[in-house]
Every structure is written in C-alpha cells, then in structure tokens.
Design a protein around this ligand. Sequence first.
Ligand SMILES: [Zn+2]
Length: 194
Amino acid sequence: MIKFLIINFQFVEWQCDDDEPAAKVSHKSEDDFKRYYDKLKASLGGSKSTPDEAVQTVQPLSDDKGQLLKEVRILAKNVEDYKRRGWDYYFHLGCGLAKLKRMYFKMCSVCESQKPDMFQILSCKRCAKVSNGNTFFKDVQIDYDNGHINFLISVAGLVSRFRKLMETPYNSGDLKKYMPYLASQLEKDKMMWI
Ligand SMILES: [Zn+2]
C-alpha cells in the first residue's frame, strides 16, 4: 500500500513555497477538499484511532545525531515490517525525521528573532536556503523518497499543533491529497482541533 502511494505521490512542497498554494488549484479541488474536511470534522470524537498513551509511552528521541539516525531507521523499518498504520506510528516517525532534519538546518535571521519550533523552521523557505537539507536526505537512508519524508514531517507538524487529528481515522492518501489546504483550514478552526 505504501509503495503504491509513493508511486502516485504528487505532494507539492507547499511548506517551502512562498506562493499561496490555494491559488494553484481548481475550484473542483476546493470542492473535494470541502467534502473531505466536512467528513473529517464529522469523524472527530468518534472512535479514537490511537490512544494517547501510545504516543506518551514511546521512547524519547535521542539528541545525538548519530543515535537519532539509527532510531529513525528503526522506526521506519518497524512501520514497514509490521505494516503499522495510524497516527501514532507516523507521528513518532515524522517527529524523529523532523528532529533529525532540524539538526541539518540553520535558522535564518527572521526566525532567529521569533523562537519558532522545529516544524516552523523546517517549513521556512529562508531557513531552507541557508541549510543542508540535501545532506539530510543523503544521510537518512530509509526506503522513502524525499517527498514522502517531507510528507511525514508535515503530518507530524500538523498533529503536534492539532492533537485532535488523532481522533479521526488515519488516511494517508487523503492527507497527501489535501495537505496543501489542510494546515490553513485547521488553523482557522483551531479551537476545534487543539
Ligand atoms: Zn527561517
């Protein structure tokens, strides 16, 4: 399933782009998103896909780059080997990838004055410009392409801000498809999602 998704992966690197993503899409896509989002809202508070304890009891990620690299590879392998699905597994893997990628990132002068979290730094175009993102992708060596790695980081960033996403069913395909709209919509409705 994951392999299939990667092949069909058309993720726009929206988080590294100054252009307004919504401007690039047709009205049809917006309608599709609205339908998806209405369903997502309706599913909120239904059956929890993953209990909070599952996230809270995971091993803390190492602060050492070499060790974290090993941990991230194990996390990715576990997700594949055990066919793990759901918010908690992807959230943990995405956080590991984000923490690792952050180690390759320098902060731009704008971010330096704003105390951003690691997800904000990773999505800043100016930070990306002065950083070693390509070295991160070369070093990480897991079975996902760069787009999918960035997608997992985006998912982890969303979940870290909007925890109630974990109370909705996990659907990787929909998330990839609607990621360009989802972050801003969740921000608008954040009282519902945090
Ligand atoms: Zn920055």
